[in-house]
Design a protein around this ligand. Structure first.
Ligand code: ADP
Ligand code: MG
Ligand code: ZN
Length: 727
């Protein structure tokens, strides 16, 4: 029978699927399941898990039940099977009564090889009854990680699967997932009572993927550069929100990149159109929310960019996994800013405490992945319970450009001791605060301030972040291990115990410091680095503003501000259009004051033989201008500022900032109606007089000089004055 089965399988593999060979462990898995054994498959996305249950279903009698979470995925597989002459059906809420009756009749008659059901349908009494009357060959639980709350896509109905299946007799189960964290793995085995199932796990190492994390500073400019250096290649860019997706797609188009947007809020037709355009290579780049990519099988995606940080390492791995399926080198780039992490935390506010804690833990993993300068590949694989033994993978930014190393013997020892002395029960944050000797109420309540390690690391480094990084590295180097029940808690490993007995030299590396490298500017416009601006030209521009100011009898900063002139002295604008691209300069202002400045710059450029760099300016897509227009219009209608902010989903501070931008680039804003409620006439005069005689419009100086006024009052007055005089 063995050899018969062998040829049968090979034959079906070729006939039904068109493949000559099994991939990875597919053959062993198939055999194991056909021998009626429980089987647990962990393979990365795209490895070919479906075949592991489709093929066994086809070659034996009876019907295999396939439990799958998404109707779209079900339909897709059923269509594929039917197309090659295999009788596959699905049973879910989209079927009419008569349709589902027919499916049941055919199944009972033994005609259906694969019956796809959603977990919700499986649990229905009427369905259990009919399944009992059918001959079931085995049950497959696809995307089995949905059983676990730990991770993503949790579906409570998945918890009932085992109960239903056990009513159908003694049939084997095959569970499949691409999520391999030990915790999720344990949850799956426990919930499906398949502790003794054989585990088939393939490596998660995608050797042809290059991993890189960059600071989000100047992200837009970096993005354009990156994509232009991958000319004619396919790529996916993931963003957090639908709004961002649309903005960014627009921005890329303006910069001559063939891009489309894709997100769940779009019309299905438009979405399909965009997806097809990508698959057919009519366009190069899809900007998408994570809704994009499931079931998409484009082999030659050359880059995947996370414009916003991902929500979890699992998600990150899945999404980057869509690059380089053809085995050719591909690039995975993440833009990272700690702001993204904070933004997520805000989004999670409405969840239950457990959900929120889980989400927070997953996010922390993302943050430490990004900030750590340990091999990215090692970190990713460690997350999935796989040890990557090499020190340098040669295929990630941290290996190609290593950060400074330092001798870690003492600090590792302190960390392990701290874990031990606190009885392996506390989160890394707390451990770090103990090491630097922070005497919190929480620490006191456990008597932790009395422990020998309390404050022991303060002289080495008093920064908790330093210690968090060391704790993290101590884990990655396996001196600690995660608690299976609660992966946010670390235990001392055997290697750690040995280390304590006889400590030895061990190098650690310093974290990246993305915070001090700055963060993304929120505007559409890519900020220009003015650090090296032309001091001589700047001085000349400044003198010119003074001349004009004297003539016009207004303070010089009302003509052009220092930041505007620094940019001019960096970019050398010589046309009206170029000038309007400079920060703080809009149409009106350019027209009103621009001419003599352009003349000056032109002469200067000619005299000094400077090439003008107008092409450095990345064009903006003007999405922000929608906000601008809205604000101008509603201020005209004397709408309350707080209402305007709310309507645009901005904070009040953001609105005031935007108003400053508007007015500094030359559009008048008449906010008397608002200021009059805020300040009496005397106070207004007070601030007014100050600004007209001040050297600069600097806010801090103004607040100090003026004394009794709030930030808001001074800023609004400044807008009023700029509007009156500078336009
Ligand atoms: P997973 O569910 O693991 O993400 P799929 O089952 O969707 O992966 O398969 C991914 C791709 O691999 C599909 O395009 C499939 O046709 C292909 N594939 C699966 N098995 C083989 C094989 N033995 N030889 C060649 N291609 C295969
Ligand atoms: Mg699959
Ligand atoms: Zn590496």
């Amino acid at each position: 029978m063995e050899s018969n089965l062998e040829t049968d399988l090979k034959d079906s593999l070729k006939r039904v699927f068109g493949y000559d060979k099994f991939r990875g462990k597919q053959k062993d898995i198939t055999h194991h399941l056909l021998n009626k054994n429980d089987t647990f498959v962990i393979m990365p996305t795209g490895a070919g898990k479906s075949l592991c249950y489709q093929l066994p279903a086809i070659v034996q009698n009876g019907t295999a039940i396939v439990i799958s979470p998404l109707i779209a995925l079900m339909k897709n597989q059923v269509d594929q099977m039917n197309a090659v002459g295999i009788n596959a059906k699905f049973l879910n809420s989209t079927l009419s009564r008569s349709e589902s009756k027919r499916v049941k009749r055919d199944t009972k008659a033994g005609l259906v090889k694969l019956l796809y059901v959603a977990p919700e349908s499986l649990a229905k009494e009427e369905n259990i009854a009919f399944l009992k009357e059918s001959k079931i060959s085995f049950a497959a639980v696809d995307e089995a990680h949905c059983i676990s709350e730990w991770g993503h896509d949790f579906r409570p109905e998945y918890r009932k699967i085992k109960e239903v299946i056990s009513q159908l007799g003694n049939i084997p189960i095959i569970a499949l997932t691409a999520t391999a964290t030990p915790k999720v793995q344990m949850d799956i085995q426990k919930n499906l009572s398949m502790d003794s199932a054989r585990l088939f796990k393939s490596s998660f190492n995608r050797v042809n993927l290059y991993y890189e994390v960059r600071s989000k500073k100047d992200a837009k400019k970096q993005l354009i550069k990156f994509i232009k250096s991958h000319h004619n290649e396919s790529g996916i860019i993931y963003c957090l929100s639908r709004k961002k997706v649309e903005e960014l797609a627009e921005f890329l188009k303006v910069n001559d990149i063939k891009a489309v947007a894709y997100h769940a809020g779009m019309e299905a037709k438009e979405r399909m159109k965009n997806q097809d355009a990508f698959l057919n290579e009519n366009i190069d780049v899809v900007v998408a929310t994570i809704a994009f990519g499931m079931g998409i099988d484009k082999p030659d995606v050359r880059f995947v960019i996370h414009y916003d940080a991902p929500k979890s390492i699992e998600g990150y791995y899945q999404e980057t996994g869509r690059a380089g399926r053809d085995g050719i080198d591909s690039h995975c780039l993440m833009f990272y800013s700690n702001k993204d992490i904070l933004r997520f935390e805000k989004l999670n506010r409405d969840k239950t405490i457990t959900e929120r804690e889980n989400a927070r833990f997953l996010l922390e993993e993302v943050a430490s992945y990004a900030e750590s300068s340990i091999c990215r590949r090692k970190q990713l694989l460690h997350y999935f319970g796989e040890a990557f033994k090499e020190d340098n993978c040669g295929q990630c930014d941290n290996c190609v450009l290593p950060k400074e190393q330092f001798e870690g013997k003492d600090v590792i020892e302190i960390v392990i001791q701290t874990v031990k002395q606190t009885n392996e029960r506390f989160y890394p944050d707390h451990l770090a605060s103990l090491i630097v000797g922070k005497s919190t109420r929480y620490a006191k309540s456990y008597g932790h301030d009395k422990l020998p390690i309390f404050g022991k690391g303060k002289d080495i480094d008093s920064d908790e972040d330093f210690w968090k990084s060391v704790i993290r590295q101590t884990l990655l180097h396996e001196f600690l291990k995660k608690d299976l029940e609660n992966p946010a808690i670390y235990l001392v490993s055997e290697k750690g115990e040995k280390f304590l007995e006889d400590p030895y030299f061990h190098e650690l590396s310093k974290d990246h410091d993305y915070a001090s490298e700055g963060e993304e500017e929120d505007g559409d416009r890519v900020p220009v680095n003015v650090a090296a601006h032309d001091k001589l030209l700047f001085g000349m521009l400044k003198a010119l503003t003074k001349d004009i100011a004297r003539r016009e009898k207004i303070p010089p900063y009302m003509i052009f501000s220092d930041p505007s002139m620094e940019e001019m002295a960096t970019l050398y604008p010589t046309s009206m259009d170029d000038l309007k691209q400079i920060v703080g300069i809009g149409e009106t202002k350019a027209k009103k004051f621009g001419e003599p400045f352009l003349k000056l710059i032109e002469e200067y450029v000619e005299e000094n033989d400077i090439a003008t760099v107008s092409d450095v300016l990345v064009k903006s897509s003007g999405t922000k201008s929608k906000n601008k227009i809205y604000i101008i219009k509603h201020i005209d209608q004397k709408i309350d500022l707080k209402e305007i902010a709310e309507a645009r989903n901005m904070t009040y501070e953001e609105l005031v900032e935007e108003m400053e931008n508007i007015c500094y680039s030359g559009t008048k804003l008449n906010i008397d109606y608002y200021i009059d409620q805020l300040l009496d006439d005397d106070s207004q005069d007070d601030i007014h007089d100050y600004f007209l005689s001040a050297e600069s419009d600097n806010l801090e100086i103004a607040l100090k000089e003026l004394g009794e006024y709030t930030d808001e009052e001074v800023r609004l007055m400044r807008i009023k004055i700029m509007s009156e005089y500078a336009h």
